[in-house]
Ligand binder design. Structure first.
Ligand SMILES: NC(=O)c1ccc[n+]([C@@H]2O[C@H](COP(=O)([O-])OP(=O)(O)OC[C@H]3O[C@@H](n4cnc5c(N)ncnc54)[C@H](OP(=O)(O)O)[C@@H]3O)[C@@H](O)[C@H]2O)c1
Length: 327
């Protein structure tokens, strides 16, 4: 099969398409004939050599944390899918390829009515956002949530899920175009950080009470203002560190407001935890996806041969929602 293989690390030009052996499914795995994979910020780090796949080094390092497509072969103990089924799946790697393997319990049926290609934009960011809001953030309907990078892949999923679940949602973005998009996703208040200070805007929006949950991707640069934007007993869920990871913290704020800081990394979690997350997400959100109440947000799609341009586009921070690589 054709696949993007990382033979060296560096800029987008290291993404080389090679011919490699087709993957063979293990007993509980399905092999997916890939319709599309979607980019994640982590793919840029992996390409630069900073985010190796967890566990044993693979024979061919193929990036790609999620795919959609059709089941093509199944292992001996697979019970949930048959060849021909349309699925979307969370992977630890291997998505930028004609065929990919997934444990059957990390795959979900493509929601009815959704084109199979578009479903590639769901697994990684919707599962991350869902986990951040509920399991990590402990959010409940009626809570106020602040979603940073609201127009990112994860942000666009988080705003829709939070809105659908009855949260009140504020989001931050870096442009007017992204601001309008976040209102369309269902945010109640969108803050352009280039023209407003998010701490002041959140204080005003919440009547001085602060927010119960923050989904943060920025890290270092936002830490203090995040802590000062939380309501007592609030939780900051740290999902990314786009501005840097070393930061000093005023423990007095954490102590006085009884705050929680919860870090998360999906890719390296044990298989059992990922299975439980997929199941919980499917239970709560499958109906929303089927009815179109929440939707994958797709900025654009590139053919596999132009995967380097897809990386360059993500690096330019222009995307609203997801970037697909169509196989
Ligand atoms: N922990 C996990 O398991 C997990 C899983 C999935 C994703 N993530 C993380 O979640 C984040 C979003 O991922 P994604 O794939 O959805 O990203 P994405 O679609 O590429 O969007 C990232 C956006 O973040 C904003 N941004 C970039 N640098 C920034 C900075 N220094 N300060 C403030 N904003 C900045 C930009 O939007 P603006 O123009 O609005 O600034 C950019 O477009 C990444 O950090 C990624 O690593 C973590």
């Amino acid at each position: 099969m054709k696949a993007v293989v990382l033979e060296s690390f560096g800029g987008p030009e290291v993404l080389a398409i090679r011919e490699v052996p087709d993957p063979v499914p293990g007993p509980e795995e399905i092999r997916i004939r890939v319709a599309a994979s979607a980019l994640n910020r982590a793919d840029l780090l992996e390409r630069q050599g900073f985010y190796p796949p967890p566990g044993r080094k693979p024979a061919f390092q193929i990036p790609g944390l999620e795919v959609s497509g059709w089941v093509d072969a199944v292992g001996d103990r697979v019970t949930r899918f048959l060849p021909g089924d349309a699925v979307m799946a969370l992977l630890t790697g291997g998505g930028y390829a004609e065929y990919a393997l997934s444990h059957e319990r990390l795959a979900m049926a493509v929601p009815p009515g959704l084109p199979v290609v578009e479903a590639a934009a769901i697994p990684e960011v919707f599962l991350t956002a869902f986990d951040g809001l509920y399991a990590r953030g402990g959010g409940k309907p009626g809570d106020r949530v602040l979603v940073h990078a609201g127009a990112s892949g994860v942000g666009s999923a988080a705003i829709q899920l939070a809105r659908q679940a009855g949260f009140r949602v504020a989001a931050t973005v870096g442009s007017q175009r992204k601001l309008e998009a976040c209102y369309a996703f269902g945010a109640d208040r969108v803050i352009n950080y280039r023209t407003e200070t998010f701490r002041e805007a959140v204080a005003e929006w919440s009547g001085g009470e602060g927010v119960n949950v923050i989904l943060d991707f920025v890290g270092q640069q936002y830490l203090e203002d995040n802590l000062l934007s939380l309501a007592p007993e609030g939780t900051m869920v740290l999902i990314g560190t786009l501005s840097g990871s070393a930061a000093s913290i005023n423990l007095g704020i954490v102590l006085a407001r009884r705050l929680k800081i919860h870090g998360t990394a999906l890719r390296s979690r044990p298989l059992e935890q990922k299975m439980a997350l997929v199941q919980a997400f499917h239970h709560q959100a499958a109906g929303w996806l089927s009815s179109g109440a929440v939707k994958p947000v797709i900025d654009r799609a590139y053919p596999l041969a132009e995967v380097a341009d897809a990386h360059r586009y993500m690096e330019s921070n222009q995307n609203i929602g997801k970037i697909l690589v169509q196989i």
